[in-house]
Design a protein around this ligand. Structure first.
Ligand code: GAR
Length: 220
């Protein structure tokens, strides 16, 4: 049996996306293991979830490091120690520097609650409501130096309803996030992701059913 895909996660918040990945692994939909979860927030719900599932969770206090680069040097060291192959940003609310990017080129994923390139940065759902768009959604993309600007792997769309609040819209988007993030990891674990500059394609499955969690078209 081939080695399981080894994932390292960076988190700051509630950790519902991390939970979706943990669930997919536990249900054996995803052949992977999360070897370490690092949080920059001591009270992050994501760390609680990590502990609850008996995984390796670490609170790394940014205050103990001179700057973000030094902080990431330690992250890279911990990822190396835990033999991480792919890095998953799961609600990690810190800018990524070249320290991490150069250690994991084209091996860092992020999930963002909008149809990129619309509504980058913080409060994407609020931005969508203020702008008045009728459709928004979420995007999983590879991370590069720019803010929320790396190559898109998959996007899922949701309607914006007349009486939506930030909370109701967030809830609708979250449900899609929890489907597409594990799906992308599944494509990676089965070596189906083909990266060609900014164009990312999903190779056909070698197994008859494909055993997809969702459609492979790159849009949901
Ligand atoms: C998710 O909605 C994710 O898309 C967003 O933070 C939330 C984390 O939720 N990320 C960003 O806005 C990154 N720019 P979670 O901690 O429950 O997974």
């Amino acid at each position: 049996m081939p080695d399981l895909l080894r994932i390292g996660a960076l988190v700051s918040g509630n950790g519902t996306n991390l939970q979706a990945i943990i669930d997919a692994i536990e249900k054996k939909e995803l052949e992977a293991e999360i070897t370490v979860v690092i949080s920059n927030k001591k009270t992050a719900g994501a760390l609680e979830r990590t502990k609850k599932h008996g995984l390796n969770g670490i609170y790394l206090d940014p205050g103990n490091y001179e700057n973000n680069r030094e902080y990431e040097k330690e992250i890279v060291r911990l990822f190396g120690k835990n033999r991480v192959q792919w890095v998953v940003l799961a609600g990690y609310l810190k800018i990524i520097t070249d320290e991490l990017l150069s250690a994991y080129p084209d091996r860092i994923l992020n999930i963002h609650p909008s149809l990129l390139p619309a509504f980058t940065g913080l409060h994407a759902q609020e931005q969508a409501l203020k702008y008045g768009v009728k459709i928004t959604g979420c995007t999983v993309h590879l991370v590069e130096a720019g803010l929320d600007s790396g190559p898109v792997i998959i996007q899922a769309a949701v309607p914006v309803l007349e009486n939506d609040t930030v909370e109701t819209l967030t809830e609708r988007i979250s449900k899609k996030e929890h489907q597409i993030y594990p799906q992308v990891l599944k494509w990676i674990s089965t070596r189906r992701l083909k990266i060609d500059g900014r164009r990312v394609s999903i190779l056909p499955s070698s197994s008859p059913s494909g055993n997809e969690i969702i459609n492979p078209g790159g849009i949901v």
